[in-house]
Design a protein around this ligand. Structure first.
Ligand SMILES: [Zn+2]
Length: 367
């Protein structure tokens, strides 16, 4: 999280820049400078900045389309390979997903069209030679937007074209199987990208790695959603745990860390209300700090822990878990007392148990 800086906020969405994006700018400037003059370097950097402005507008295309369906997007991060909007969730209705997926590339199409009209470029086959187009900065921006439009429509899930593919498949196969098929196709295309990248485009290799991992991540996420559907949070939560008190120190937390198998410790007050969660990492860091073991847990705990009611669906807890800084979601009863919590680890245990039960031979069920 600390690897990105917030640039500005628009309509409830924070636009952040990943620090590696600055590396990209420095790299472009250096290459242009070596090949030409400082002016070329400036031109290169300006071009990248304008291009990423277009990428931000592309992301806001998605964001505003998603908002129509009541989906908020807390932030969008600029990476050297493009923008990543972190929406609260994806629309599961295929028609809605198609609208949200196409809204981004549509923005690039509009930008390109406007530039073409303003610049008076002609797009006959004869006139569209790159020579003519490369003559001006804004003509290059127009071309770049057309490339962005086409590239994003490649059906490599989870790129925009892949989302459209998933939505279309989902109309026949259902959401889960459609995601698995789209993710496989996306990973296949990522391998093709990587091979093409090896022939001289390092950025394409980066994009391939990103698509490959993102496809696996989304497929896994959807699988969790499928397995948790129709279950309550109480079906999966950890109920046997050792909490810490508000007066506890890092030393107490360290002792509890050794005594138990827990990796996160809810900090509860006298009424069993949640004050925060201390993670293993925070305990280790506190012991190294100036105050060492005497550091109060109130100072090292993560206070911003999502909470769900014990009547909540497990799905809701999974969604919150994705964004929880402490890696867990607390479960509370009607009087706000903590009755348990959910972690990614115990969700994967639930999945293993469910998978084993489904594959168990009939006789063992009678067992
Ligand atoms: Zn997009």
């Amino acid at each position: 999280m600390s690897w990105s800086i917030r640039l500005f906020t628009l309509g409830g969405t924070a636009v952040r820049m990943h620090l590696t994006f600055l590396l990209l700018l420095a790299w472009i400037a250096a290459i242009q400078w070596m090949r030409g003059t400082p002016q070329d370097a400036l031109y290169g950097v300006l071009f990248i900045l304008v291009l990423f402005g277009c990428v931000v507008l592309h992301e806001f295309g998605h964001i505003f389309a998603a908002r129509r369906y009541g989906i908020r997007t807390p932030d969008v991060t600029l990476l050297p390979i493009g923008g990543v909007a972190s929406m609260e969730r994806m629309p599961e209705k295929p028609a809605q997903e198609i609208v949200v997926a196409l809204a981004g590339p549509a923005v690039n199409g509009v930008i390109a069209l406007v530039l073409i009209m303003v610049l008076g470029l002609h797009f006959d086959a004869s006139q569209m030679s790159l020579e003519t187009l490369q003559s001006s900065f804004w003509a290059q921006v127009a071309v770049a937007n057309i490339i962005l439009l086409v590239f994003n429509l490649i059906p490599a899930f989870p790129m925009d074209g892949g989302r459209v593919l998933r939505a279309v498949l989902a109309m026949w196969l259902g959401y889960g199987p459609a995601t698995r098929v789209a993710a496989r196709i996306g990973q296949g295309l990522a391998i093709v990208f990587a091979f093409l990248g090896l022939m001289g485009n390092p950025l394409l290799i980066l994009i391939a790695v990103f698509i490959f991992l993102a496809a696996a991540g989304e497929a896994g996420y959807v699988q969790v959603r499928e397995l948790t559907r129709g279950r309550l949070v109480t079906d999966a939560m950890i109920t046997a745990f050792e909490p810490l008190g508000v007066m506890s120190s890092a030393d107490d937390a360290a002792a509890a860390l050794l005594r138990t198998t827990q990796q996160e410790f809810p900090v509860l007050d006298g009424a069993r209300h949640l004050r925060g969660v201390v993670t293993r990492k925070a305990i280790i860091e506190a012991l190294r700090s100036e105050n060492g073991g005497a550091t109060p847990v109130l100072e090292i705990m993560e206070a911003n822990v999502p909470v769900v009611a014990q009547s909540a669906h497990l799905e809701d807890a999974v969604t919150l878990l994705q964004r929880s800084p402490a890696g867990c979601v607390a479960v509370i009863d009607a009087s706000d007392r903590v009755v348990g919590y959910v972690t990614a680890e115990n969700l994967s245990e639930l999945m293993m148990i469910r998978a084993s039960r489904e594959h168990a031979p009939a006789h063992s069920l009678r067992g």
